[in-house]
Design a protein around this ligand. Structure first.
Ligand code: PEP
Length: 244
């Protein structure tokens, strides 16, 4: 199955109303690249406003609670995110995995799917695991435990994000990314059968306009999850262009 590349920005804890101009510029610029799917996962405070500013452009969340509602101070349920205008969410980002286990990540993914959100499940190895040669074992273990039971009913994406590469300026070599992406592709195909072909595998960790083309050329890499370089259109759009 040939699919569009998928380039997703993760703004993390960045952005206030004044930055909606960047959202507008990214959405407008991304529309020029028809063969690439682009989305932005924004802080929850901006989701509603961004959905109004760029109707039709996919705006998402960075996390979701696994319960639909209840006594969970400070948390947001999937239906609340949908109500705010989100169409997707990240789950299991390594900056949150410090506080949550894979079973919780999986429950979040399933709650998001049930509410109609596309889901991006993140997995990645620590520097220690990387240096010990345990990358594939670690990443596959996390993926097996964190992926939801079903591919559907919404779109499922798996993102390989080495913890040591996030925000560090370091990336694995294209060969290393290819080994992991190949292993994740096999895992997804084995786990979901024919439906696995619809699951895109992203790479995330210090992707920028200079290294994106090389990363997108790696077999089994279907796009990127981008942190720092997604905050400004001038940095993000060259990555989208490299995917076209
Ligand atoms: C991320 O946080 O998902 C990420 C990939 O960050 P960065 O691109 O800044 O390394």
């Amino acid at each position: 199955m040939i699919q569009n590349k998928y380039v997703v920005g993760n703004w993390k804890m960045n952005g206030v109303g004044a930055h909606l101009e960047e959202v507008r510029a990214i959405a407008g610029g991304a529309a020029r690249y028809r063969g690439v799917d682009v989305a932005l996962c924004l802080p929850a405070t901006l989701i509603h406003r961004a959905a109004d500013v760029v109707p039709g452009f996919p705006v998402g969340a960075q996390d979701v609670h696994f319960e639909p509602h209840g006594a969970h101070t400070g948390c947001l349920g999937a239906a609340m995110l949908v109500d705010a205008g989100a169409v997707l969410t990240i789950v299991g980002h390594s900056e949150r995995r410090e506080r949550e286990r894979s079973a919780e990540v999986r429950a979040k993914a399933e709650a998001a799917q049930a509410a109609g959100l596309d889901v991006i499940v993140c997995v990645g190895e620590s520097l220690e695991a990387h240096e010990a040669g345990a990358t594939i074992e670690t990443v596959c273990r996390l993926a097996n435990k964190s992926l939801p039971e079903q591919v559907g009913p919404t779109r499922l994406t798996l993102s390989y994000e080495p913890v040591w590469a996030i925000g560090s300026g370091s990336t694995p070599s294209p060969k290393e990314i290819g080994w992991v992406a190949g292993a994740l592709r096999d895992l997804v195909d084995k786990r979901f059968g024919g439906q696995g072909a619809g699951v895109r595998i992203l790479y995330g960790g210090s992707v920028n306009g200079s290294n994106a083309a090389e990363i997108f050329a790696v077999p089994n890499v279907d796009g990127a999850l981008v942190g720092g370089a997604s905050l400004r259109a001038i940095d993000f759009l060259p990555i989208v262009a490299a995917a076209a």
